[in-house]
Write a protein that binds this ligand. Structure first.
Ligand code: FES
Length: 143
């Protein structure tokens, strides 16, 4: 059987960026925050992968963040950059982060892996929504 037409690299069949490979091997902020104020898990039903984000809040800012990936190399890399992008940011600043920003931050993604960046930003959106609800509840209970 001929291998003609098969495009693969030492990284597998996909042409991942150097940054994706680097973060896949050494992701940042991996794990769970024991004292998290917000923990969310988002999944992609098409590939079956999930990502979990946990946030520690201080006032309106993200004091700390960790992620757990149950997915592919792109899931790990996008989760890693996402945590670095939002750490120390206010909720409003973090809300402005888009899928495109995440994709750019990992040096681009193969088209078939774009949904992995969508998954990471969906998790962020859900986490920030929950964070805002918690802050609202806290404000109500204090008044
Ligand atoms: S293939 Fe499912 S998140 Fe990447």
């Amino acid at each position: 059987m001929s291998d003609e037409g098969k495009k693969y690299t030492e990284r597998g069949f996909l042409d991942y960026s150097d940054k994706v490979i680097e973060l896949f091997k050494n992701p940042k902020n991996v794990g769970e925050l024991e004292d998290a104020d917000v923990t969310v898990q988002e999944g992609d039903p098409t590939c079956g992968d999930t990502i979990q984000l946990s946030l520690k809040l201080e006032d309106n800012a993200i004091k700390d963040v960790k992620f757990l990936s149950f997915g592919c190399a792109a899931n790990i890399a996008t989760g890693s950059v996402l945590t670095e992008m939002i750490k120390g940011k206010t909720i409003d600043e973090a809300k402005k982060i888009t899928m495109q920003n995440v994709k750019d931050e990992v040096g681009g993604l193969p088209p078939v892996k774009m949904h992995c960046a969508v998954l990471a930003t969906n998790a962020l959106e859900e986490a920030l929504k929950t964070a805002l609800e918690k802050l609202e509840e806290k404000t109500k209970s204090e008044n």
